[in-house]
Design a binder for this molecule. Structure first.
Ligand code: SF4
Length: 239
């Protein structure tokens, strides 16, 4: 399989069949904690990195060959080897997946393109969107996510607020916390104010446990994670 992987058992989504809309590793961020390693092509350019017809054909074949596994899959998840919203055809992929299966569809995104109305509209038929928000000030954003130069965190936050108003499905916001980078309690209080404006259905707290892009990345300890969870309130879960 070229574009489809899994199903993988994910802590967030249960049994989930993954689909990648880019080849390795095309992203407009180069997060210090990325499990895929360093960003190979740091770009914000949108194009049809992977052909829609090829993805749909592969998915149809997989569904035909694996009816039992498909029946027990909780999600088909658009995510993969880079940032999926960089693929100009993401909306068409979502629409066509909806014509071949009833398995709920999730999109995992770094949220960098959500300030663009057309891109938000292209995601509307998804059942679940899992966007990331690791920072609420530019300095911390630059340090943890190392975005392409022209990306501003305010635009991302505004895009997330707009998405919540327009999108009828579920939004589970993911926050990756790295010790000494974005886990200061005063900072978490600022983060909380922004998350209140975004109003996601759930907040998932994560901290790196696997191999990361940079060598000296440390997870936040359990006690502090619990304290942060308390600040972020009832919707918050530690993954
Ligand atoms: S946005 Fe995702 S794929 Fe891109 S560098 Fe960050 S963790 Fe890796």
């Amino acid at each position: 399989m070229k574009y489809i992987y899994g199903p993988v058992n994910s802590r967030r989504l249960g049994s989930s069949l993954g689909i990648s809309l880019t080849s390795y590793k095309i992203c407009d961020f180069d997060c210090i904690y990325c499990q895929l390693g360093k960003t190979h092509t740091l770009t914000g350019e949108r194009k049809e990195y992977v052909k829609v017809d090829d993805i749909i054909e592969e998915l149809k074949r997989w569904l035909k060959d694996n009816p039992e596994v498909a029946g027990s899959s909780q999600y088909i998840t658009i995510s993969g080897l880079g940032e999926p919203t960089l693929n100009t055809k993401i909306g068409e992929v979502i629409n066509r997946i909806k014509t071949v299966t009833n398995i709920p569809l999730a999109v995992i995104t770094n949220a960098s393109k959500l300030s663009d109305l057309n891109i938000r509209v292209s995601l509307m038929r998804a059942d679940l969107i899992v966007p990331s928000l690791d920072a609420v000030v530019q300095k911390v954003f630059a340090k943890i996510d190392r975005p392409k130069q022209n990306i501003k965190i305010e635009q991302i936050i505004n895009g997330l607020i707009a998405l919540r108003k327009e999108f009828r499905g579920k939004i589970w916001l993911e926050v990756m916390l790295v010790r000494g980078v974005n886990d200061d309690i005063r900072y978490i209080k600022k983060l909380n104010k922004v998350i209140e404006q975004i109003n996601p259905n759930k907040i998932h707290l994560n901290s790196p446990v696997r191999t990361t892009s940079e060598p000296d990345i440390e997870p936040v300890d359990k006690n502090k994670l619990n304290k942060i969870k308390e600040i972020l309130g009832d919707k918050c879960e530690i993954l």
